[in-house]
Design a protein around this ligand. Sequence first.
Ligand SMILES: C=C(O[C@@H]1C=C(C(=O)O)C=C[C@H]1O)C(=O)O
Length: 111
Amino acid sequence: MTMNEIDEPVRAELNRLRESIDNIDAAVVHMLAERFKATQQVGHLKAEHHLPPADPAREARQITRLRQLAESARLDPAFAEKLLNFIVAEVIRHHERIAEQTGNGTPGTQA
Ligand SMILES: C=C(O[C@@H]1C=C(C(=O)O)C=C[C@H]1O)C(=O)O
């Protein structure tokens, strides 16, 4: 069976679910954009005050908190942790770039 041969009620249900998925994906993009706006400001603050781009202790607290939230939401905690690590790695790259551009690189302290 191909996607073109789906019965109408099944097609309607698939479309309904996909509309919901599209709304959720849009919300995720908007939430990530807001998060990166905040982390960019943190990057500038750190560069101005010669603070290192990464803060492993803060990350450890976030992972603990996010894993607990994931468990209560019935989301795989390992997935939540991987997702956070992926996002944080990108944030740290941004912070390193901001520090370089500001001339405030802190050699030996970068992740
Ligand atoms: C945003 C920060 O910088 C880095 C990025 C983090 C994040 O994206 O949540 C957390 C810790 C830091 O390694 C911060 O220190 O708060």
